[in-house]
Design a protein around this ligand. Structure first.
Ligand code: ADE
Length: 250
């Protein structure tokens, strides 16, 4: 059965547009995922459709009210096991491992609910009552939770079996097993020389084993230079030779 991703947002059009585009859109067309976008404002409890108010105790900024969030989640949730993710800078930082954990939970329940946080924050009681995970996409503050929710949806949907085709080449992406959890290597396409910068010779050699070795070593070197905290194998002898910048024609 297709996985249903339910997004609760104050900006449904923004979310629908992105979910209908590129690989996210193709996955839905192929029937591998279903998207349902719900306007949180439809669950406001007063006639002005108010979704936020000032914080008790004072302070700057508006707080999203608990009732509209809780009732929106309860209205769309079909399975009690469904992960309910609130996007917030205070959440666990998204990485490939968290993406896969979320996907597994979502597949068990058949659904994932993404709640786009807004304003200064969401009333703590909404978190307590319905949120199962809080997720951040990085240590910076965005104006709303829509972009983070879409980032989570994209990272997750590309890991749904059948979504990516061969041409999407996911097997050697950064953070995959083939890249030992580290970064991907450099890639080149035509032309062979551009503004005096040459494609590394080995890539034009047609020698598949050598090319694979060069790529692996280059990926390791790149990882140790740029993201040493990923803690992967340091560059080998060949890796140190693998160029991270293109050679110039003289
Ligand atoms: N909302 C605002 N900033 C955010 C972030 N960095 N991650 C997730 N949600 C957010």
């Amino acid at each position: 059965m297709a996985l249903t991703i339910k997004v609760l947002t104050l900006f449904p059009e923004m979310v629908r547009t992105v979910l209908g585009t590129s690989i996210l859109g193709r996955a839905a067309q192929a029937g591998l995922v279903v998207y349902e976008v719900t306007d949180i404002r439809d669950f406001a409890v007063d006639k002005h459709r108010t979704v936020d108010d000032t914080p008790y105790g004072g302070g700057a900024g508006m707080i999203m009210m608990a009732p509209c969030v809780v009732e929106a989640v309860e209205a769309v949730r079909r399975d009690e096991r469904a992960p309910v993710v609130l996007t917030t800078p205070q959440g666990a930082r998204l990485d490939e491992a968290l993406t896969l954990a979320l996907l597994a939970e979502a597949q068990t329940a058949g659904e994932l609910i993404l709640v786009c946080g807004h304003y200064k924050g969401v009333d703590e009681r909404a978190r307590e009552l319905v949120v199962t995970r809080e997720v951040s996409i990085g240590d910076y503050v965005l104006s709303g939770g829509e972009l983070p929710a879409l980032v989570i949806a994209d990272a997750l949907v590309r890991r749904v079996p059948g979504v990516l085709h061969d041409e999407d080449s996911a097997a050697t992406d950064s953070f995959t097993d083939r890249r030992e959890g580290g970064l991907d290597c450099a890639w080149y396409t035509k032309p062979p020389v551009y503004r005096g910068l040459e494609v590394p010779e080995v890539l034009l050699s047609g020698h598949h084993a050598k090319i694979e070795e060069w790529r692996r070593d280059q990926a390791r070197q790149r990882t140790s230079e740029r993201r040493p905290e990923l803690g992967r194998t340091a560059g080998t002898e060949a890796g140190r030779d693998a160029r991270t910048t293109s050679k110039r024609t003289s």
